[in-house]
Design a protein around this ligand. Structure first.
Ligand SMILES: [Zn+2]
Length: 468
């Protein structure tokens, strides 16, 4: 665990966030124009206009006037191991490009590379107000590799669901599968049953197009026996239906992307209470259909958001929210124009979403995707205290709805304070117990080692660019 100067036990620690504009994302509590949040241990214990009478002598007070308090953002589809490959897929165009420019490097990662990459990615996410992540680690080449990823998550202390990759090397023999299942069972005992709750192990199912349904059936059976959350890459059409027809589809599997899902598949997902993790920057940039966002929202297939890969875009979930909002507006407007309803007029259901809906994707819906729908994602007394304070100074808050300020006007630079599980991890714009330069150094180490491995195996070596 990271060092901390706070020697009080978690249960004793109290924190008061004072005078913020509070977006609770709780339909009953609503917004507080000026309000306080009291945290005791790792939970929110009160939210109200003035909680001064609840403060004790050793309560830590964060003055938050001029700031907007939101639930910590949660990325539901991120490959932390690809963090050091930042930019490598900037020019990618075809599916083969991804394989030949990025994914081939997977097998050159050793456990120390998984550690450094995961460490670097999670430090950057915390700095940017992303308090939680579903880390879809489809680069588990050995038990040691998975354990290195878990160690890195423990070291940074982000709330993480480590989705253990079931996808082995291409062309690997069937034995490559069994040890993964055994290892997940052991890790479940150690991390989920015996851990602190901040880090959990889940499962990244093998891609349906690469693995047999028989293997995936075994994976799902184990996950359900242990009560693990699952995610699956849903790229080619028809896979949600295929899971349904195999009797496997339920709300504990979060499909990622799913751009090709038809309305029947969305109805299947909605019926079981499931959702989809969208990564609109990559999907849009890759030319996929984005009508899925609006169709999923209408169908009630709870959307959440991720950035997918740092090889293409930054870890900035504010940017992903902004693009999502604009894309959904674009889909609405295009539909209207093509139906001859131009210039645009408002009518029921059009436009479909407001900025607040998108903030819910990255908080409320994302918490549900992690299996923490009743415990996280809202600033409600009793819920886990993952909180972000966005500074609106010195340039001032946007007019109107503060949720619009968060979704349309905020960048990670504006993230003043980050609280995870009741602990302050960033304050006054600086990480309190993690060093960004260590994250940068970790990224550089991975590049040196992995690219040297690639060269030693006769593979192409990425261009490091002008700045080393
Ligand atoms: Zn992905």
């Amino acid at each position: 665990m990271p060092e901390t100067t706070d020697t009080r036990t978690t249960a004793e620690r109290t924190l008061l966030i004072k005078g913020a504009t509070v977006l609770t994302m709780d339909p009953e509590l609503g917004d507080l124009t000026t309000g306080d949040i009291l945290v005791t241990g790792d939970r929110i214990t009160a939210v109200g206009p003035d909680l001064d009478d609840r403060v004790s002598a050793d309560t830590e007070v964060v003055q938050a006037r001029g700031m907007i308090a939101v639930p910590g953002l949660i990325d539901t589809h991120m490959h932390a191991w690809q963090t050091p490959l930042k930019g490598l897929y900037a020019h990618g165009w075809t599916g083969d490009d991804y394989q030949s420019q990025v994914f081939y490097l997977r097998e050159h990662f050793r456990p120390e590379d998984i550690y450094d990459a995961t460490f670097s990615g999670t430090v950057q996410m915390l700095d940017a107000g992303v308090t939680g992540v579903l880390d879809f680690c489809h680069n588990v080449m050995s038990p040691e590799g998975a354990e290195a990823g878990l160690r890195a998550h423990r070291a940074t202390g982000q709330r993480a669901l480590f989705a253990y990759g079931m996808l082995g090397s291409f062309g690997a023999p069937p034995e490559d599968h069994a040890w993964r299942l055994d290892h997940v069972r052991r890790l479940h005992e150690e991390v989920n049953t015996g851990g602190d709750g901040l880090l959990r192990v889940g499962m990244a199912l093998g891609s349906i197009e690469y693995g047999s349904m028989d293997r995936i059936t075994k994976e799902v059976a184990l996950a359900r026996e242990l009560g693990l959350r699952m995610s699956v890459h849903q790229n080619p059409p028809g896979q949600i239906r295929a899971l349904h027809e195999a009797g496997l589809l339920d709300s504990d599997i979060v499909p990622a992307h799913a751009n090709s899902a038809d309305d029947g598949e969305l109805a299947l997902l909605a019926r079981c209470g499931g959702g989809i993790s969208f990564t609109p920057e990559g999907e849009f940039g890759g030319g996929r259909s984005m009508t899925i966002l609006n169709r999923a929202h209408r169908a009630g297939a709870s959307p959440s958001l991720g950035i997918d890969t740092h090889a293409r875009v930054s870890i900035d979930l504010f940017a992903a929210m902004r693009l999502t909002y604009l894309l959904m507006r674009n889909v609405d407007a295009t539909t209207e124009r093509e139906a001859g309803r131009w210039p645009l007029e408002r009518h029921p259901g059009v436009p479909l979403v407001q900025p607040r809906d998108i903030l819910a994707y990255a908080t409320v819906n994302a918490a549900a995707a992690l299996g923490l729908g009743d415990d996280l994602g809202r600033l409600t007394p009793g819920r886990l205290a993952d909180i972000v304070l966005i500074d609106t100074e010195p340039y001032g808050v946007a007019l109107g709805d503060p949720a619009a300020h968060v979704v349309l006007q905020t960048t990670p630079r504006d993230v003043d304070t980050v609280v995870v599980g009741g602990r302050i991890r960033k304050r006054d714009g600086r990480l309190t117990d993690l060093d960004p330069t260590e994250a940068g150094a970790a990224t550089r180490r991975v590049r040196e080692r992995v690219f040297a491995e690639a060269a030693a195996h006769g593979g192409p070596v990425p261009d490091l660019g002008p700045v080393r």
